[in-house]
Structure formats: C-alpha cells, structure tokens
Design a protein around this ligand. Structure first.
Ligand code: CA
Length: 518
C-alpha cells in the first residue's frame, strides 16, 4: 500500500510551522531538513543520556538530542553488523530484500530505491560524508565524500565524488569539518539531507591526541558478566571468537601503534602509551588480572573515540543553532548497531542479544517529537527511511519493511505498532565466528535458532527474569506456552517478510566481489 494521504500529524506540523500570519493560504508545505549522524559501533551504554549504571562517560552534546527530542530505548537492528545496517538505513528493508547480507562478500546494488534518492528526486540537496562501507559507489547523493572500506582514524584516504583524495588530521574531526563545509555551501532555497557518518568508535578504537588520558587512568566498573563462562547457553556462545580475554590483538590494545600516525601525531601517542605499556609488561599479569587490564585499556580507547564523536555532534548542533536551522531540521543520532563493552566478556556485536541488537537512537524534530520523552516501543533502523520520506511529504514504497516513527515521536504510538521483531544474522563463516541465527524478539522474550554446519539448536530467553540473557529456558516445561506462541510468531514473520529458506547462495561468505579496496 502506498500511503499518499498526509497523516494528521503532518498536517498539524504544516499548520504549525509553515503558515505564519503573513503567509498566503496556499503557501507550500515547508519540508524539514534532515541531518543523520550515524556512528559505527557506538554502544548505548556509552551515551550518558542512556544512563548506564557504570557511568562510563559524559556525552553532553549527544544528550542535547535526548533533551530536545525522543530517546528510543528499544531500537533494534535487523542484522547486527556494519554494512547490512547501512543498507537497511538507506532502504528501510531487511538484508534479504536489499541484498546486502554480510561484510564479507556483499556489494550494495545502488540501482535500488533508497530514501536519499527519493528525497533528491523531490528536490532535496543530498550529501553523505564519512563511512560508507557498501562497496559500490554511493547513489542518490549530490555530493559524497567517503572513507574506502573501514577507513582509518588518522590521515585518512577518502573518495570525494569519485576522486581519490587524502587528508591530514583525525578522521572524526574531518568528517564533521567536511559535513559543515557542505552545509555552508548549500543552496539555501532548498531543503537538505546530510548523512554525517562516523567511522568512530569502530575497532581499533584510536582516540584523537587531545583525548589520550581523558579518563585520568580511571579504573572502570566491570560489567557483572565480564567473566561469563556461557553456562546455560549453547555451542554458538561457547565457540565465538570475540572475547576481551582471547581475541584482542596487540593493535587493539595499543601495544603496537597505528601505522598511519604522522611523526607529530606519534609524539603524544607515545607519551601516553609508552610508560603505561612498560608498566604493563613489567607487571606480567595473568588470568583475571590480565583481562581486567585489557578491559580498562579498551574502555579508555573506545570512550576516547566517543568523546570526539560527541564533540562533532556539538559542532553540528551549534551550527544549526547559529544558522537558525534548529527548528526546521530533523536531527537523528544513531549507530549501525550496538556493541559489547565487556558484557559477557565480549567486544564486537553480531548477536540477537541485547547489547548487540539494540542500537542508540535519538530523534530531535521540533514540532513533532516530544522533547525529553523516552519511547520503549519496538522500533528499528528499518523505520528511519519511511520516517524521512513521510517528513518530506513523499509516499513510502509498498515494499519498505519499516514504518514511519512520526506517530511514536508525538507520543501517540498506534495500537497496531509492532509487538514482535524479526532478526537474522548471516555472516558465518566469518570474523569472530558467530554462528548464523535468526529469531523473534518481543518486549519480554527472545526465541532464537542457531543453525549451519554442525549447529542446530533453539534457545529461549525471558528478559523479565533473566535480563542478562544467561540461561535458555527453551526446554523448561513452564515456558511451553510461550515457546509455542513465539514459534508461531516467528513462522508468521518469516512468511510475511518472505525470508528465503534455505539461505540463498548470496549469503555464502568468501572473497568480496566488486572493486578492489583502494
Ligand atoms: Ca558497525
């Protein structure tokens, strides 16, 4: 179904914002500008507005969006990994519908409809700056200036409208600089879409020189599952390769410096890390003490990267304020998925489990989003494309899986809003060895099927009694009714969403197709 009739909230917005006393009655609806600040692997636990009990750091600028807009507490991703999430953001569709299943060999088909393309056709100026990670060149943008592949934290090679360029500086700062440059040079008579997409705080978590030592050698509170032994769960959880204890490399741990540093950047780097690394080597830590040291080093580095992202958000919001654009611009902050900050002994993502599937989402939309509100509804990155299309007064294509968040933002979630969510992870064999799995998530439960070579089992988690998802209750008789209901719901979702069964050949992981990595 194509929704062509403007909903009541939109008419209200038009009346509120576009028909000042002097405007002629026939004035066209003023379409909001859209700024999407999309970071990479930013855990909600590392945003102060989300109130993590560890109080890991302050993010005063990102928090401005929570104060001025809506904080979503259950924004779920359909496939918790970088490229697939980016494809979902652009299309509003699951991986099996947009064709981008994994980071290993998928290439985004840029000929398919995306929301930037539709906005551009409707007269928006469009730009994407920063991490892209979809292999093919961006389509639907007047301007693009992207990192090749994962990009690097220092002195990044980039591709600007098809031309290879190289910049000096810290990548997070540069992405904000280039985003603001584009905004300043825009055609002020037309609305704009800017996608400012940070590489940070993706592995290997390399902070800016000014943020080295930001935590004053703090000892971070540990998550109570730092030494999880995966009892109560199956072989997938026990055989992954993403633990702080065993998987982190010397580069992750800054025992070796990143090769991209210039001699000038290397000085503060060595001044910070060298004495600490020497003390670490001398201490000859082992067992849990070694894991604790790694955890604290990881937190310093990861959170240092987040600090630069937060400052970039502040610069963007300040610009919108100074230019008088704040009232007419939707600002979204989100990450491509969640991330583990030591919970279950892990870093990385990929799982249906909470720290991975749940991504931060903050939406400021003056006149629509209720300032300071918190929404617990099951929403998704799937929902952003239809939200932006609706904001621009455009129809949402019938095959888009997401739904506009506009009614949720106003605080009036429709009675028929989704009560269950389908999840599917495909990248196995692959980095971190997380098995393929799919499942259904509700407010309370998760039912999940792990499958693939040598693996075929089900798990059920009751987040009400087991919020850390430590013990599967799939076999427990008292959960038989819940299991039956969720099994039926999962089957319904797979049918409705037309999930291919078995997995199609495109999901086979292997060498990446498409242009070679620059
Ligand atoms: Ca990511």
């Amino acid at each position: 179904m194509v929704r062509s009739v403007p909903p009541r909230w939109l008419l209200g917005l038009v009346l509120l914002t576009c028909l000042p006393e002097t405007a002629p009655a026939a004035a066209p609806a003023k379409r909001p500008n859209i700024v999407v600040i999309f970071s990479d692997d930013h855990a909600y636990q590392a945003i102060s507005a989300y109130g993590d009990p560890r109080k890991l750091l302050d993010t005063p600028n990102i928090d401005r969006l929570a104060t001025g807009g809506v904080r979503f507490d259950r924004c779920l991703v359909p496939n918790s990994i970088c490229g697939p999430s980016r494809a979902t953001l652009l299309t509003g569709k699951y991986s099996h519908a947009n064709g981008f299943y994994n980071n290993t060999n998928s290439t985004f088909d840029g000929s398919q409809p995306t929301f930037p393309k539709l906005l551009r056709t409707a007269g928006y100026q469009t730009a994407v700056v920063g991490k892209w990670h979809l292999v093919s060149d961006p389509t639907g943008f007047d301007h693009w200036h992207i990192l090749p592949g994962q990009g690097q934290y220092y002195n990044p090679p980039m591709i600007r409208d098809g031309q290879k360029v190289r910049h000096d500086g810290y990548t997070t700062d540069l992405i904000t600089d280039f985003s603001l440059e584009w905004l300043k040079a825009r055609d002020k008579s037309r609305p704009f879409l800017l996608m400012c997409q940070h590489k940070a705080p993706h592995r290997e978590w390399e902070p800016a020189p000014r943020h080295l030592g930001h935590d004053k050698d703090r000892t971070y509170p540990e998550p109570d599952t730092l030494f999880d032994d995966y009892t109560g769960r199956g072989v997938a959880e026990k055989t992954q390769d993403m633990t702080i204890a065993k998987t982190m490399t010397p580069k992750d741990l800054k025992l070796t410096p990143p090769p991209a540093l210039s001699p000038e950047q290397r000085k503060p780097w060595d001044a910070y890390y060298d004495p600490r690394n020497k003390a670490f080597q001398a201490a000859k830590l082992g067992g849990k003490d070694l894991v604790r040291w790694k955890y604290n080093r990881y937190m310093h580095d990861y959170l240092g990267c987040v600090k630069a992202v937060d400052e970039g958000v502040g610069r963007m919001l300040d610009y919108l304020d100074r230019e008088g654009l704040a009232e007419t611009t939707i600002v979204v902050y989100a990450s491509d998925q969640g991330f583990y900050l030591g919970e279950h002994g892990w870093f990385d993502k990929r799982w249906i489990f909470e720290e991975s599937i749940r991504t931060p989402l903050l939406v400021r939309w003056p006149g629509v989003a209720k300032a300071g509100a918190v929404a617990g509804d099951l929403v998704s990155l799937l929902d952003l494309a239809p939200t932006f299309l609706e904001a621009a007064g455009l129809p949402v294509p019938a095959d888009v899986h997401g739904k506009s968040l506009a009614p949720v933002l106003t605080g009036r979630t429709p009675a028929d809003w989704r009560k269950s969510f389908y999840y599917h992870y495909y990248e196995y064999p692959g980095p971190h060895s997380v098995r393929r799995h799919y499942g259904v998530v509700t407010d309370r439960y998760k039912l999940v099927h792990f499958y693939g070579p040598g693996v075929d089992y089900w798990e059920l988690f009751d987040r009400k009694t087991d919020p850390r998802e430590l013990t599967s209750v799939y076999e427990k008789p008292e959960y038989a009714a819940a299991r039956k209901e969720l099994t039926a719901e999962l089957a319904r979702l797979r049918t409705d969403l037309k999930v291919p069964d078995p997995d199609p050949p495109e999901t086979i992981t292997g060498p990446k197709k498409g242009p070679a990595k620059p």
